[in-house]
Design a protein. Structure first.
Length: 166
């Protein structure tokens, strides 16, 4: 089933770009980080941006992939706002309320952020990396749960610390 999610997501994103790269590269980077967390994590990893960045609706995801996937993608979809700061504040507030039944979404969010940070470092996107550094305390406060995907958080914390300066 992750293959269906991959095919669906790649079709939905079409020729979109992730910076200078095909969007497929970002989705593959997120999915690769999620392999140790199981097929549902990989599935959600491929689908995490389809509602935010394409014409796909949550109802379509629910019909094709079920309630859990649709609920997790809804949690991962940025809330509307006037600017990034407002969107992220609303989204982080939503993530902070996630209960145990949907914590898989938080694992996907950590993998997504780690993939984003790795890409910033690899591509020399220092301005966006600075944005992630500034947001990290609020992001971590909302999405971190002890014992859930600690390896992802350890790398993310290291890369976004002052000592992690590329």
């Amino acid at each position: 089933m992750p293959r269906n999610a991959k095919t669906f997501a790649l079709g939905a994103h079409g020729d979109q770009r992730y910076g200078d790269h095909p969007y497929a590269d970002h989705l593959a980077a997120v999915a690769e980080l999620l392999v140790p967390f199981g097929e549902d994590a990989v599935r959600i990893g491929y689908l995490h941006d389809v509602v935010e960045d394409t014409a796909i609706t949550l109802d379509e995801l629910r019909t094709k992939f079920g309630d859990v996937v649709a609920c997790c993608v809804a949690l991962l979809t940025d809330e509307p706002g006037e600017d990034r700061k407002e969107r992220k504040a609303k989204t982080y507030a939503k993530l902070a309320q996630v209960g145990p039944e949907l914590e898989l979404a938080l694992t996907v969010k950590a993998a997504d952020r780690l993939a984003n940070v790795r890409a910033c470092i690899a591509d020399g996107k220092t301005e966006l990396l600075s944005v992630y550094r500034c947001e990290h305390p609020a992001f971590r406060g909302a999405a971190y749960r002890p014992g859930r995907c600690d390896r992802l958080w350890q790398e993310l914390d290291t890369l976004l610390s002052a000592k992690g300066e590329p």
